[in-house]
Design a protein around this ligand. Sequence first.
Ligand SMILES: [Ca+2]
Ligand SMILES: [Ca+2]
Length: 148
Amino acid sequence: MAWQPLLVNVWSEERGGGVKSLILFAHKDVDECQTITCANGGRCVNTDGSFECKDCLEGWTGQLCNTNIDECTLPGNPVCKNGGLCTDTEGGVSCNCTGTGYEGTRCDVDVDECDGDPCLHGGLCSNSVGSYACTCTDAFYGKNCEIG
Ligand SMILES: [Ca+2]
Ligand SMILES: [Ca+2]
């Protein structure tokens, strides 16, 4: 809220009459959007006594859309699914899916391990969500039929 001095001349009967000056303080809204540019795709909207930046790009918040959101600490469902390691970045977030059996930007896509032929010695590979299994031929055993 910006308060601006306002000089007002009024007729006063006091002490025989005459013009008397009064200084009043009136609030006058300033259109900050004339001078302020919202960051990160924000749209400046003037409000009475202030302004807002609306529609910031995903990952940004704050009055000027220039405050990074730490998605890794947001309550609720984790950003990185299936135990992926979450690292916050400026205006985004990154997931490290190593060892989870999933891939994709949010570790929510099953890795088809059978594409890499992990089963040795003629073992039969079957993909599953988040994992895979090898059915080994008689003489071999182990996760990848590597023992035997
Ligand atoms: Ca972020
Ligand atoms: Ca899999």
